[in-house]
Each structure stands twice: as C-alpha cells, then as structure tokens.
Write a new protein. Structure first.
Ligand SMILES: [Zn+2]
Length: 226
C-alpha cells in the first residue's frame, strides 16, 4: 500500500500543523510549495525549514507567477490592510485574496500525487477564521475532490480515489496552535505576515499577524516567531 501523501506547505502556521497531523497519521510526506510571485520570499524560506525539521520524503518548490495577473495585495503593489477589527476581517473577502489560488495549488497537488501514486492530499485551509474565502469552504473541497477523480487517469481507471484532507477545517486558530504544539511543531519556524520588513520581521498589524496573535493569546501560549 502506498502511504505517501502530498501536503501543500506554505511556510505558515496552518500548513505546518497540517503536515504534522499527516505525519502523525502515518503518511510519508511529499511537500509542495508554490512560488506564486508573492511579495516576499520569507514564507517559502519558512516552508523549507518546516519541511526539513518535520522530516518529509521530498520537498518540491514550483513556480507559477500569479503576479503576471496581479489583482491581489499579495501579488501586486497594493497596500496590505492593517489594524482591521476582527469583524472586519471576517466580514468580506479582502484585497489579500489571490484569485483562485487554492484551485491552482490543489491542481498542482493532484498532479504531483497522481505522478507518485499517492491518493491523499493535505491542505491546511480553515473555514472558521477565514469565513469569507470561497475556496476554503467544505463544499468547495468536496467539489474539488470529485473533480480530481474525474480529471485524472488514475481516477478514471479506479487506481486511485483521491481524498483531499482538510484537518484544520473546523478548528479555530487557537485550537490549531494547541494541536500543533502537542505534536511538537516549532512555530518559530513558520511565517504568517503578509507584509514583513526586509529582515523578515512580522508587521504585527496585517490580518495574518492579527489572527496569529489572537490564536496564541487564546491558546495561552507565547508566539516563538519573529
Ligand atoms: Zn503582518
């Protein structure tokens, strides 16, 4: 039996926890990170650190330059929103949304998975804190999984029945941090900030920083990240 799985590793807290959960479940991990033309490389550097520390079988970084399209504060010279209230963050789809990003990432992940004969794909999306993102919803994942089995040779030949695992889907940030801490994840290796300084220090004010801060505070833990 092939117990390999592909895990999308962004370098953030959620994907590091997802990878740790998949390892804990006994999978041999093939980590996939996407250089999508984001405004800084710190999260990709973090992904490399996480992959190495957790002990994955292989870590692949692939480039798909979405900055050619722009349109998001993460891929174009648009200011990252700062100091937003919690209700504001949860309220509507923000300018940091990257058009169809999870669909692109998951498509790359099933391509990699089919190539290595793995049926399991892990992605650290979360429907609680980011209620506004259309591609974080459970119904989106269910539809993608169905599509994956229609779209691949391994799927139509019934050799692989793809499963898209979203272990964090219904967890709050605090619960994610608690789970990862129990599994020994060193969150000091991860990077969440959308708008770090040139040394990679977090701004402390973007949505990603604020959600991370709230998560650690609710979990009663100190954030070891910079
Ligand atoms: Zn930040």
């Amino acid at each position: 039996m092939n117990n390999s799985a592909v895990v999308l590793l962004s370098g953030g807290l959620d994907s590091a926890t997802t990878a740790a959960i998949a390892l804990h479940e006994g999978f041999v991990l093939h980590a996939l990170s996407v250089d999508y033309g984001q405004r800084h490389r710190f999260e990709l550097i973090a992904a490399g650190r996480v992959a190495e520390t957790l002990g994955v079988e292989r870590h692949v970084e692939i480039s798909v330059d979405l900055s050619r399209f722009g349109g998001s504060a993460l891929t174009a010279p648009i200011d990252v929103p700062k100091d937003r209230a919690e209700e504001e963050i949860a309220g509507q789809i923000p300018i940091t949304y990257v058009p169809a990003r999870n669909t692109i990432f998951l498509s790359l992940a099933i391509s990699y998975a089919e190539t290595i004969g793995a049926k399991d794909v892990f992605i650290g999306i979360n429907a609680v804190d980011y209620s506004g993102y259309p591609d974080c919803r459970p119904e989106y994942i269910a539809a993608f999984e169905r599509m994956a089995n229609l779209a691949t040779k391994a799927g139509v030949e019934n050799r692989l029945k793809f499963i898209i695992h979203t272990p964090l889907s219904s967890m709050t940030k605090a619960q994610i941090i608690e789970r990862g801490t129990k599994l020994g994840v060193d969150y000091g290796m991860t990077h969440s900030c959308y708008d770090p300084d040139t040394d990679g220090n977090s701004c402390g004010r973007c949505d990603a920083c604020l959600l991370r801060k709230k998560g650690f505070s609710e979990a009663g833990l100190k954030d070891p990240g910079k």
